[in-house]
Each structure stands twice: as structure tokens, then as C-alpha cells.
Ligand binder design. Structure first.
Ligand code: TXA
Ligand code: MG
Length: 340
């Protein structure tokens, strides 16, 4: 496995060439995007996409997002292109938004998990945009992690989990958004958020001038339509618990009530930072939704790398701009309970 840097124009161009030639040959390459790192293959090559499923250990019923770098290419992937797609694309693309639309014939079954719709995203990261332009075909890419683990936000995260299964990882720096894109189903009426992201349902509704059903209202019924919503996703290895506390004394008694040992428990706090030396580690994460999202997965990866037995994350505010973060924390903790 090789990691190619992209931090000078020569290195960037060389990495684009190397990645494009592997993709043209039907191979899989790990690439940076602004949300999380992706495991890329030619979306029009069913055999190449099959390799993605194999590398991730991904269940065949979970469809993969197709990445484009122009409206023209997006329209080639969809059978219909409603006015709502135009409005959302001009407001949010390139960016962390995936539109679910009726699928074009050219998109292989394996990409859509046999379904009649396809998820399409125009990512903002410059490497990904240049790569798609160079290839000329849409690029299928799920997050570059083993199925059900936390998504990677650095090349190092990809290397430590999938390094033995991919031949090339492109290092495009830490992902700027930090959590996966918002997925909105435009084949539903009204449009429905299948996976919350940093572009909120409220922001989509404001652009569309119509109601958008938020994921919180539909979580149970959508579990099958968007397997990313299943509780088993986004889990660190350690047990994760979300707690709120007024002071350190309350934090300690709550941790005890969960039967956790302080010495193997990592705390991730953004507002009430404990000072106790009893905990394995205390990390402070910014008290701002954008910065919090950017830092969260790297913190969770670090806890796992350090061998944390338990991770206590301070509860985030119950407000629309924090909704996607709460969603990921809820899923990470729900899956722990299932597993234990
Ligand atoms: O930010 C992102 O979306 C990242 C980067 C790499 O672009 N990709 C990503 O892919 O998170 P993945 O495969 O880990 O998650 C894709 C989510 C899954 O929950 C999947 O079920 C849903 O999108 N999805 C994809 N196509 C769909 C479709 N046609 N209908 C409904 N849900 C779909
Ligand atoms: Mg994923």
C-alpha cells in the first residue's frame, strides 16, 4: 500500500494521474473528500464496484453514492431531473449533499443494490473534483472504512483499517466537514432526509420553499431504505456513552452508575471540561457544530488507537445545527448496547 501526498501542485497532479489510471483499469483507490475519505471505483464498471463491497465487507443491500463533478454528469446518472434537484444543486453543490433520484440505465445494479434510485453527490474537495474530471466517468465511493466502523477523516485512518486491502491511498489532508453527507430522497413527496448531515433539513426546506421531512421523524421506517441509518453504523471499538453533567462530581457518579472504570474511560467534552486525573484521557472538542463535526471522528479513532475501554462524550445541544452530530453519537452508542 502507498500513500501519495498532494500538497504541491506537482504531487497533486501526479496523484490525480496515478489514481485515474488505476480507476480506468477497474481498481479501487482510497480518496479524500470534504466529508470523509471514500473508497473509489468507476461507477459504470460493475466488477470494480464489486471490489468495493468485498474490501469493506459491505452488505449487498446497501447502495453506494455516485460522485460527479458537473451537472451534466449528474443528469447522465439520473432518469429524471426534477426542479428540486436544480435548486438544491445550485445552492449546495459542490458540497456535502447527496440527492436520491430515479436511476439511469447506465448505472449498474450493484451500485444501487438493485433499487430503482441512485444517490448522487458533487463533492467539494479539489482532488476528487479533478479526479472525476480526468476520468470522465462517475465515481462510486462509500466511506473508506470496514462496514459498521467509524468513517475515516484522514489518510492515516484509512491506512490503519484498510491498508492491507487497498494498494493506493491519496492523502488530501483532514476532511473539512468531518461527517458524512446529508442524504435527501427527492423521489419522495415531500422530500425526505434519509441521513442527516451538516446541511440541515431546515436549510433544504428554505431553498426548496417546501416542507422537508427530517430523519428524526422517519428513522424507523427508513432503516431499510437507507441502511446508513441502521444503528450498527458509525461505531468505535470502545463502548460509547453520551452523558451530560453539571460538575465533575456528577460525572464521576454517572460513570460509576454505568459500571465503568475511570482509569480506562476517555472523556470527550466541549463545555463542562473535567479536571480530574482519574480518567484515562480528557479531550476537549470545540463548542461549535462545524468544528465539532470536523474533530469528532478523529477523536473517536484516537480513543480506539489508545485502547480505550469506554468513551464518554458530553451531550450536545438539542438544536438543528447539532442534529447530525447527535444522530451519529446516538448511533454509535446504540450499537454498543446492541453489541454488548
Ligand atoms: O459523505 C459521504 O456521503 C461519503 C463520501 C465518501 O462521499 N460517502 C458515504 O457513503 O458516506 P456510504 O456508502 O458510507 O453511505 C452512503 C449512504 C448509505 O446510508 C446508503 O444507504 C445511502 O447513502 N444511499 C446511497 N444510495 C442510496 C439510494 N439510492 N437510496 C437510499 N439511500 C442511499
Ligand atoms: Mg459509510
Amino acid at each position: 500500500m502507498r500513500i501519495l501526498p498532494t500538497d504541491t501542485i506537482e504531487l497533486f497532479n501526479d496523484a490525480v494521474e496515478r489514481a485515474a489510471s488505476l480507476l480506468r483499469a477497474g481498481q479501487v483507490v482510497a480518496v479524500p473528500t470534504e466529508t470523509v475519505y471514500g473508497l473509489a471505483a468507476n461507477a459504470l464498471d460493475a466488477e470494480a464496484v464489486r471490489r468495493i463491497f468485498e474490501i469493506k465487507g459491505r452488505p449487498a443491500n446497501n447502495p453506494i453514492i455516485v460522485h460527479v463533478a458537473s451537472i451534466g454528469l449528474a443528469r447522465q446518472c439520473a432518469r429524471e431531473w426534477p426542479g428540486a434537484a436544480d435548486k438544491l444543486a445550485s445552492a449546495f453543490w459542490p458540497g456535502p449533499l447527496t440527492l436520491v433520484l430515479p436511476r439511469a440505465k447506465s448505472i449498474p445494479d450493484i451500485v444501487t443494490a438493485g433499487g430503482d434510485t441512485v444517490g448522487i453527490r458533487w463533492p467539494q474537495h479539489p482532488f476528487m473534483q479533478r479526479l472525476i474530471q480526468k476520468c470522465g466517468f462517475p465515481i462510486a465511493a462509500p466511506s473508506a472504512n470496514p462496514s459498521s466502523a467509524i468513517s475515516p477523516t484522514t489518510a492515516h485512518h484509512v491506512a490503519s483499517s484498510l491498508g492491507e486491502r487497498v494498494s493506493l491511498i491519496i492523502d488530501g489532508g483532514p476532511s473539512n466537514v468531518g461527517i458524512e453527507s446529508t442524504v435527501v430522497d427527492l423521489t419522495a413527496s415531500p422530500p425526505k432526509v434519509l441521513r442527516p448531515g451538516m446541511i440541515s433539513a431546515e436549510a433544504l426546506a428554505a431553498v426548496l420553499g417546501e416542507t422537508v421531512v427530517s430523519a428524526a421523524d422517519t428513522t424507523t421506517t427508513n432503516a431499510i431504505r437507507s441502511p446508513g441509518l441502521l444503528a450498527k453504523h458509525y461505531a468505535p471499538k470502545a463502548r460509547l456513552i453520551v452523558l451530560s453533567w453539571r460538575d465533575e462530581k456528577e460525572l464521576k457518579s454517572r460513570i460509576e452508575a454505568f459500571g465503568l472504570e475511570r482509569g480506562v474511560t476517555h472523556i470527550i467534552a466541549h463545555s463542562r471540561i473535567p479536571a480530574s486525573e482519574d480518567f484515562a484521557r480528557i479531550s476537549v472538542i470545540p463548542n461549535d457544530p462545524q468544528a465539532f463535526a470536523r474533530a469528532l471522528y478523529a477523536e473517536l479513532h484516537k480513543c480506539d488507537e489508545l485502547g480505550a475501554k469506554a468513551i464518554v462524550v458530553e451531550e450536545v445541544p438539542d438544536a438543528p445545527e447539532w442534529a447530525a452530530i447527535s444522530d451519529r453519537l446516538r448511533r454509535a452508542s446504540a450499537s454498543q448496547q446492541q453489541r454488548n
